[in-house]
Structure formats: structure tokens, C-alpha cells
Design a protein around this ligand. Sequence first.
Ligand code: CP
Ligand code: NVA
Length: 313
Amino acid sequence: MSKRDLVSLHDWSAAELAALLDQAADLKAKQRAGIPHALLPGETLALIFEKPSLRTRVTFEAGMTQLGGHAIYLAPQDIRLGERETVADGARNLSRWVDGIVARTFRHQVVVELAEHASVPVINGLTDLLHPCQILVDLFTIREKRGDLTGCRVAFIGDGNNVANAWCTGAAKTGVDLTIACPRGYEPDPSILHQAREDAKGTGACIQVLHDPAAAARGADVIYTDVWTSMGQEEERAKRVKVFQPFQVNRALVSLARPDVLVMHCLPAHRGEEITDEVIDGPHSVVFDEAENKLHVQKALLVALLGRQGGPR
Ligand code: CP
Ligand code: NVA
């Protein structure tokens, strides 16, 4: 059986994504009920992180424990992929010892190369281009709260960054209407947007990019935001705080959306910048349910990719 990766949601079909979200719901229910679900006994996951993480790291590590396996965290200074040895050689080595790899990198190409050269599944745990695990979690959370994704209207307010890019693909695959409102010059990656619009032909999803946050928020089912300064862009922070000010998710913006709007954020939040305390702590916010769901959805992903359904690889 050939191995499967998660580098981009583009590589997964709508049916596969739906099955994954179903599996996540099942695992969440089992965990809540205290039903053991050690589906990956004796399996080991390597976590390669070039950037900081709270949620992704802890949920993959805790998830492996709950599935009966084990995770090894490799900090940037531990392996220095691409410096101490090539990315390909790192992938070949790890493949001899572990059953799967999660990688959080600056350059997206590093995750692409890891996937190419590893004989075990590789999961993109965030790159400068994409954050697919996050969007799986977000889709799961919306489905859990709303019952259905098709036709749901999501307004992404802020930077056309890795999370926004992955949202374009995730929305296109699942029939979610996505409107991104960003400052001029901070639009999502054009090739990802193009690819998402092609993917959207299969589901009828409408993927728009505009520059007016109010227009995006009006009538939205979900208002979503992320930091204005992503990891690796710290030197641009002062400029970004000024440029993005009109894109803050505050009470006035939320009041334009549906009365039962969900407010979401992948976290970490820079309170007082992209979102006010009042909104993130307010009645519409589901950010901590969303954070919890990283555990359940990533466990489902691990089971889907690492589960030895056909015997040893
Ligand atoms: N949302 C998310 O990926 O959080 P971390 O950066 O803490 O992993
Ligand atoms: N866009 C953010 C997401 C963090 C989870 C970053 O890349 O820093």
C-alpha cells in the first residue's frame, strides 16, 4: 500500500475530507465517554518544528499518547534539516525509525521534499504557504456547530497568509463560500487562489477576495481572523499594525454578521490587534472549542495516515 501525506488539502478529495471529519467526531465522542481508542499501538511520530507551537505540538503529542503510540519532538536546534544534512537524507533516516512525520517549517518546499523522500506519511504542521491541519479543525468546528458546511459563508478578515491560503483550498473542497477581506498587497497567494477556484468548480463554492472588511462581514455565518504578523515576519510588525488597523475584528464588525455568527481564530491571538478582548471573550467566540478540536481532528488524521490497514509498509 502506498503511503499518503497531508501537504495540502488540494491533494484530498471532498469524500476523504468528509470521512476524516466523521472519524474525528467518533474519536471525540469516544474520548468524552472515556472509551479507549488505542488505534496506533507501538507507533512513533516525529515532530520537526522550525517555528514555535503550543497547539499543534501539544495536540499531536497528546494525540499519539491517547492512540497508544509515542511522539518525539525535534526542536530547530536538534536537527537543522537542510543545514546539518539534506532534507532528503533527513527524510530517509526518519523513515527507517518512525511511522510518520509532522513538520512545521518556514519554506513550504521543505515539507514537499520531506514528503517526496520519506517512505512514511508526512503531515504539514504549518509552512509559510499553508496550514492545512488548522483548516481541517476549523471545518470540523463549523460542522459541529452548524451541522453542515455546504453554503456556509465564512468571512476571513486580515492577512492573506498561510491560514488564509489553506482556507481557500479547504473552502473550495467542501462547498464553503469564503470571502477574504485584506489590505491591498496582502492578498492570498495567487496560484493557491487559482487552484482553489478550479477546485471550487466541483462543489460550487464561491471564493472571493476584497478589501472592505464590512462588505465581507455582512451576513456572514463565520468571522475568522488570524494574526497580522505571522512567524518569520516579526521585522514587519510595526508597518503591519498600521496597515491592518481597519481590519480589526471588533464589536462593530461582528454586528454586521448574522446574529448567530461564530467568531473563530486559529490562535495564538494578538489581543488588541486583529481581535478585541470583547470579541474573543464574547458570546460568539468559539476559539477554545476550535483549539480543543485540534486534538480530535489531528488524531483522526493520524489514524487515517499511520493506521497500518494493509500490514507493514
Ligand atoms: N493554531 C496553531 O497552529 O497554533 P500553534 O502555532 O500554537 O501550533
Ligand atoms: N499565520 C500564523 C498562524 C499561526 C498558527 C503564523 O504563521 O504565525
